[in-house]
Design a protein around this ligand. Structure first.
Ligand code: AMP
Length: 289
């Protein structure tokens, strides 16, 4: 399918990207940024399309960031398919695809990283020590390289979205962070590059994450304010899938992502579940109290 737009320019250097964007800004054009680790799917494309609708120049970055993987995690095996990614970027409306190599992003062993506070220690941060510091460091670099822009992140990674928004505000970075809704398969499974790891039986059970969140949200909407009861309800739904191994179920205030007494106001329900090699996450919002 042709979009009628020229194919996106591929850019591998920080210097080259800065030069292109300086030229665009000098012409008064606004910039949208979509940071990704590649192996793109319709979820990523929804971010690119949103950036396309709201900006003059759309940059998609593709970089599997070693800093956010712990030893024993899937950095080496993380799925990669650059040719397919470039086609998807073209179809979704990207102007520039920034594909830096590891040497370009980290020419020296890193001596300076972003260190986050309590938001990074809970939920996924509890089982992936240092993960969000690695995310925040690469996102800070991308924000520094791209400069003033709107940056688009998925709600699918809700803790990441929260942390990045907070980092941009705390460090006065000239970036408007925009959260975008989760794109799902017809059976409710959130699209994720890591879904590629799922075997057939695991894939058929994976929509249990979504069902658990729906059950949790229904309980909160029926008046339940005890986070532990909501978490137990979600865990009991996940336990119906024999191949699922729960990492966490959580019902937390949206502002702190940490339980502190009865649920009130805007609440986020989040789950993380392992199916074999795949660690899947999902979340939803609801109002309590
Ligand atoms: P990743 O390539 O996994 O680092 O994701 C890049 C961006 O795409 C992040 O902001 C994710 O939150 C977002 N994203 C991933 N999956 C989805 C999805 N199913 N729906 C919407 N956004 C997503």
């Amino acid at each position: 399918m042709s979009t009628g737009r020229p194919a996106p320019e591929r850019e591998a250097t920080i210097r080259g990207l800065r030069a292109r964007l300086a030229e665009a800004r000098a012409a008064g054009r606004t910039v949208g940024l979509v940071p990704t680790m590649g192996f793109l799917h319709a979820g990523h494309c929804s971010l690119i399309e949103r950036a396309r609708a709201e900006n003059d120049v759309v940059v998609v970055s593709i970089f599997v960031n070693p800093l956010q993987f712990n030893p024993g995690e899937d950095f080496d095996d993380y799925p990669r398919d650059l040719d397919r990614d470039l086609e998807m970027c073209a179809r979704a409306g990207a102007d520039i695809v920034f594909v830096p190599g590891g040497q370009e992003m980290y020419p020296e062993p890193v001596a300076t990283t972003v260190r986050l506070g309590a938001l990074a220690d809970v939920l996924c941060g509890a089982s992936r020590a240092g993960h969000f510091d690695g995310v925040a460091t690469v996102v800070a670099k991308l924000f520094s390289i791209v400069g003033e822009c709107s940056a688009y992140f998925g709600e699918k990674d809700f803790q990441q979205l929260t942390i990045v928004s907070r980092m941009a505000a705390d460090l006065s970075l000239p970036v408007r962070v925009v959260g975008c809704p989760t794109v799902r398969e017809p059976d409710g499974l959130a699209l994720s590059s890591r879904n590629a790891y799922l075997g057939e039986a695991e894939r058929s059970q994976a929509p249990v994450l979504r069902r658990a969140l729906e059950a949790g949200a229904a309980l909160v909407q029926s008046g339940e304010t005890d986070a532990v009861a909501v978490e137990a309800e979600m865990a009991s739904v996940i336990a119906t899938a024999p191949l699922a191994e729960i990492d966490y179920t959580a019902a937390v205030p949206v502002s702190t992502l940490t339980a502190d007494g009865p649920l009130r106001g805007d609440v986020r329900l989040l789950v993380a579940v392992r199916f074999g090699k795949a660690r899947l996450i999902d979340n939803t919002g609801c109002r309590a109290g």
